[in-house]
Design a protein around this ligand. Structure first.
Ligand code: CA
Length: 224
């Protein structure tokens, strides 16, 4: 599981990330709401730990924006203010859980396990870019009247591309996200699956294509 911790208190952030890493959760940390939302938009996280009081933009704003963008990654709000109003506002804004500070690490780990047990929530959302659309429920990739069902790894790759069109996604990132850091897979696996996806894009007749970047990654591009 890959976690994002958005927390501006440096000591707390460092302590939490160490504990999370020790417990097998690969954790990235950012310290303000602007970077937080940018990282969340990459779509690579399984869970977000989101502080409410943050510089840049507060956690509730980040939460509202990501939900408005149909990003369904589970969120646990961390709040220093345990007032009922904050919690209710947070749950209304789309948080899955909350933890009033101070909390014990055992409590945090228990909440993370509880949310991860729910599993990925595949909604019927459709991701779109130019003439291409991906149905996240059926894993079908479509263009015009043509539809092809993707395999699981193809789907996960395509989902990352469609969440980040025009951005270079490094091979390392694709490998860690789709195959996992501990797997025996290497860059060859990424290349093979990219070629599968290219064949399917070609078969669909879409103008959208995956370009190999000089920076050892791939980028989803459209007609222009
Ligand atoms: Ca804070």
């Amino acid at each position: 599981m890959r976690l994002l911790l958005v927390e501006d208190e440096t000591a707390l952030s460092e302590a939490l990330s160490e504990i999370l890493n020790q417990n097998g959760y690969l954790t990235d940390c950012v310290s303000n709401g602007i970077d937080g939302l940018e990282y969340i938009r990459t779509g690579i996280y399984d869970l977000i730990l989101l502080d409410i009081m943050l510089p840049g933009q507060d956690g509730l704003t980040v939460l509202r924006k990501m939900r408005a963008e149909k990003i369904h990654t589970p969120v646990i709000l961390l709040t220093a203010r345990s007032e009922l109003s904050d919690i209710v506002t947070g749950l209304d804004a789309g948080s899955d859980d909350y933890l009033p500070k101070p909390f014990s690490t055992a409590e945090l780990l228990a909440r993370i396990r509880a949310i991860s047990r729910r599993g990925p929530r595949y909604t019927q959302d459709v991701l779109q870019f130019e003439d291409l659309s991906l149905d996240r429920g059926s894993m079908e990739l479509s263009c015009g009247g043509n539809t092809i069902r993707l395999g699981k790894k193809e789907f996960e790759l395509m989902e990352m591309f469609l969440r980040n069109p025009g951005q270079v996604l490094p091979k390392e990132l694709l490998l860690s996200r789709v195959w996992g850091l501990d797997s025996a897979a290497d860059y060859n696996n990424v290349e093979v699956y990219i070629s599968f996806l290219r064949q399917k894009l070609h078969a669909l007749g879409t103008a959208v294509h995956i370009r190999t970047s000089r920076m050892a990654g791939y980028r989803l591009e459209g007609r222009s």
